[in-house]
Write a protein that binds this ligand. Structure first.
Ligand code: AHG
Ligand code: MN
Ligand code: MN
Length: 335
């Protein structure tokens, strides 16, 4: 019989490498995986519910087609609130830190998440995702977690991952020991290891950016994007443009094929658009573990010390040589 490595088995085997592990982390990931299966199931039928809604059946609307990102947020919260593993949560959909309800025990971990990434795409049947980031708490054990627990630099992450709800549902995660991808087998509802130890090529062919922002960019970014589109087959140019507008999907494709995703600061968004805590940091942990880089143009993303929960950051992430090159343009080392 073929060896099937489920997500649970993979996490247990990873945990065994740490002599002090209690299994609590494994349970946290299991709760998370359950939330993800529910979100996957509901995003897959979102289109169908919309059709029914338009036919005038108000019953089907109401509860069920509540905006999917709110549904995803509530699903994450409810799957994670009672396990006793967490002391606080942070979500894109909630302005303040989310406390663990008082009837449940308080744990030693902290989670941040973007429950549904790329949700503006969902009605067009384009892939969306979920992103998560896990830390150990820094405030005293047994007390409710605080903002301080949520404002740790990305370098302190102990686990990060994302899920793509695409033609299949895939979960990609790291605990600092490589990047591993699992595909959800819908017939028995398990995540099965399909992409062990993912590595990103050192140099990619793809660039992903919302080029409608061109006129809002600094000259250095304009120069870089102009450069990578010039014809010079010897240096692999022009690079190929691919932009979905769902970071998870754009990132996932670039991770597998090689390339760069950039969302620079601009006159329109002076600090960038993407959020440090639950978009940039988890993807940065994954890309570094896959051999790539993540930068805000000047600094390593995971070295930034956050001051706000929903802080934004410019983001340049992907193949090492491509991120190096855009930094050279930003520093003015290339014309
Ligand atoms: P979210 O759906 O969680 O708000 O995130 C959307 C983000 C990200 O997924 C994507 O890369 C980016 O917004 C797209 O922004 P533009 O539409 O400005 O290109
Ligand atoms: Mn997002
Ligand atoms: Mn979102």
């Amino acid at each position: 019989m073929q060896k099937i490595v489920t997500l649970t088995r993979h996490i247990i085997e990873e945990q065994r490498k740490h002599p002090t592990a209690t299994g609590e982390f494994t349970n946290l990931i299991n709760d998370l995986a359950f939330a993800i299966k529910l979100i996957s199931y509901n995003t897959n039928k979102a289109g169908l519910l919309d059709v029914l809604g338009e036919a005038g059946t108000t019953n089907v609307q109401g509860e069920k087609v509540k905006k999917l990102d709110v549904f995803a947020h509530e699903t994450m919260f409810r799957a994670l609130d009672h396990g006793g593993h967490l002391c606080v949560m942070g979500s894109e959909e909630e302005e303040k830190p989310i406390a663990i309800p008082s009837q449940f025990p308080i744990g030693k971990y902290v989670i941040l998440f973007d429950p549904l990434d790329g949700s503006s795409n969902i009605e067009a049947n384009v892939s969306v995702g979920t992103i998560f980031s896990i830390y150990r708490r820094v405030t005293p054990d047994g007390t409710p977690g605080t903002l301080e627990d949520l404002l740790q630099p990305g370098s302190e992450q102990i686990c990060a991952g994302y899920v793509v709800y695409g033609s299949s549902t895939m979960l990609v995660y790291t605990t600092g020991n490589g990047v591993h991808g699992f595909t959800l087998d819908p017939s028995y509802g398990e995540f099965v290891l399909s992409h062990p130890d993912i590595k990103i090529p050192k140099k990619g062919k793809i660039y992903s950016v919302n080029e409608s922002n061109f006129d809002y960019w600094d000259q250095s970014i304009k120069n870089y994007v102009h450069y990578i589109k010039q014809i010079d087959p010897d240096s692999g140019r022009p690079m190929n443009s691919r932009y979905i507008g769902s970071m998870v999907s754009d990132f996932h494709r670039n991770l597998l094929y090689g390339g760069i995703f950039l969302y620079p600061a601009s006159k329109r968004a002076p600090r960038g658009k993407l959020r440090l805590a639950y978009e940039a940091n988890p993807m940065a942990f994954i890309i570094e573990q896959a051999g790539g880089r993540a930068s805000d143009g000047h600094n390593r993303i995971m070295d930034i010390v956050p001051t706000e929960l929903h802080q934004r950051t410019p983001l340049f992430i992907g193949s090492e040589e491509d991120v190096n090159m855009v930094e050279e343009f930003i520093r003015g080392e290339r014309p």
